[in-house]
Design a protein around this ligand. Structure first.
Ligand SMILES: [Zn+2]
Length: 143
């Protein structure tokens, strides 16, 4: 798995943000699969980031979230996406495709629901509708 697959959604989107807002203040290639960079954080602190594409878990950052832990933080993602803009584009395209597929799945699900409802008799519909209304009311009270 790569850096993108190992990062949480939150770290990924914050990383995209940091990248687009040019928070990576220095960057240099290190070996054949690594980068060393400095990223300006939200509190005006600057963090030292090292990423290793071959062994993502060996990537390091001096921010409080990642220091001493084997996690992928937004600063690592920012360095990666700044160093390799194509990786960022690939990620965004993948998200777009996933969302389009999700929309398609939802549409198909609604079509199935419609088919199911149309297959019910009047008395079955009355039972189902009453159940649904009670559930709706209970969930309203809950919230
Ligand atoms: Zn960090």
């Amino acid at each position: 798995m790569g850096l993108v697959e190992l990062a949480s959604d939150k770290s990924l989107w914050r990383g995209v943000d940091y990248c687009e807002n040019k928070k990576v203040v220095s960057l240099k290639k290190e070996g054949f699969a690594g980068y060393q960079g400095r990223v300006s954080g939200s509190d005006n602190k600057v963090y030292d980031v090292h990423i290793d594409k071959e062994h993502p878990r060996k990537s390091t950052c001096t921010c409080p979230f990642a220091a001493g832990r084997r996690v992928i933080c937004k600063h690592m993602i920012a360095v990666y996406f700044t160093a390799e803009p194509q990786a960022k584009e690939d990620f965004l395209v993948e998200v777009e495709q996933w969302e389009a597929e999700e929309e398609q799945r939802e549409l198909e699900h609604y079509k199935d629901l419609e088919k199911y409802v149309k297959s019910l008799s009047k008395s079955e519909l009355q039972v189902q509708l009453l159940d649904a209304l009670i559930n709706l009311e209970e969930s309203r009270n809950y919230w």
